[in-house]
Design a protein around this ligand. Structure first.
Ligand SMILES: Cc1ncc(COP(=O)(O)O)c(C=O)c1O
Length: 359
């Protein structure tokens, strides 16, 4: 059998998302996936494992709704925000070529992969030279496509750039494109100031979907739990498409513990520590002779432009410190994204970079 021939056409040419785990790399200090450096302890009760779980475990939805100060009918849980992204595309965007999504690279790679996997078109808006993004850029790009832009995906804080999308720009976009879904990906929002959190706008604008995750500030990337926050009708429609049992029972148990007052308190303590380390690392990196620029970041990572990015990347990999290269991404030649790891991991990173500078 020719497996290429039996594969649907759009999948034949598909390049899978290059997740940090998929790229791999032999190392011991992984600063390439914007994970938290440390896991917390959780209790698991296996007495109900013989039963299928609820599609949307009630306590989990209630806790997350409380956490974001929304009604539980405005919240949906899924296998990470990656699944939410894919569900939005599968639920709302036609795959017959008449509709598509809009993104503004450099941005999180899964928006494009999720669209292409579903045979949905992708339009790309061009950011300003300093990589900032505003409503006008996205409005013009929406109007200039030969297909209908059904959803615009914006990450705030942006990955890998680190910058936020301003609330006033978001409001302008929501008002001027009332027929377009505006998906604001707030995967890293806990690391930024509370004022940048746009969830409450869901109460005012029907076309806003916020995506969230427990993978970053909550230090739970391994359990795969993310959320959509949107108006009731959008949530109801997404729930028509979601798999029957997206949230495993142990996942729900752990997520519920992470969302207790104590869990949330621990998360924000971790966030403060991470941000402290990010500021220190920022200063240290700027003092290195081979660093050309450190982008201002509100996430748990820093994007750094080196004189010779690939050389730094390979040297650090040879020392077991695995970073994420963005050298092949448009506009990001010589750029490397560094996750804010633990003090020890960052000390090791700086020892390596200093040794490189002295070579
Ligand atoms: C901007 C952004 N959104 C979403 C995700 C995926 O999050 P999750 O682990 O919830 O699927 C990531 C992961 O790196 C990300 O950077």
């Amino acid at each position: 059998m020719n497996f290429s021939d039996i594969t649907v056409k759009h999948v034949r040419t598909l390049k899978p998302y290059q997740s940090a785990r998929r790229i791999g790399g032999h190392g011991h200090n992984f600063l390439n996936a914007n994970e938290s450096p440390k896991s917390e302890g959780y209790f698991i009760n296996s007495s109900s494992f013989n039963r299928y779980p609820d599609c949307q475990p009630e306590e989990l939805i209630e806790r997350y709704a409380d956490y974001v100060n929304m009604h539980k009918e405005q919240v949906m849980a899924a296998r990470g925000s990656d699944e939410v992204i894919s569900l939005i595309i599968r639920t709302f965007v036609e795959s017959d070529g008449s509709e598509g999504i809009l993104i503004a690279p450099p941005t999180y790679g899964m928006y494009e992969v999720a669209a292409l996997t579903n045979n949905v078109k992708v339009a790309k808006a061009t950011r300003h030279d300093d990589f900032t993004l505003d409503a006008d850029i996205l409005i013009n790009a929406t109007k200039n496509q030969d297909f209908k832009v059904k959803a615009i995906f914006i990450d705030s804080p942006a990955n890998p750039l680190g910058m936020i999308f301003k609330k006033e720009e978001l409001i302008k976009l929501l008002k001027e494109l009332p027929e377009t879904l505006i998906v604001l990906d707030e995967a890293y929002i806990e690391f930024a100031d509370k004022e940048y959190d746009c969830t409450s706008l869901v109460n005012e604008y029907d076309n806003l979907i916020i995506t969230r995750t427990l993978s970053k500030a909550f230090a739970l990337a391994g359990i795969r739990c993310g959320f959509a926050v949107a108006n009731r009708e959008i949530i109801k429609t997404l729930l028509k498409v979601i798999d029957p049992y997206p949230i495993c029972d142990p996942v729900a148990q752990i997520a519920v513990q992470a969302l207790t007052d104590h869990g949330v308190h621990m998360t924000f303590a971790r966030v403060m520590e991470c941000n402290r380390r990010r500021e220190l690392l920022d200063v240290e990196l700027r003092s290195l002779p081979m660093v050309e620029k450190v982008f201002d970041s509100l996430g748990n990572y820093l994007l750094v432009k080196f004189k010779d990015g690939p050389k730094v990347f390979n040297y650090m990999a040879s020392r077991g410190v695995i970073l994420r290269s963005f050298d092949d991404k448009p506009g990001l030649k010589n750029c490397i994204r560094i996750t804010i790891g633990s003090d020890e991991e960052l000390d090791e990173l700086m020892r390596g970079l200093t040794a490189f500078a002295e070579m």
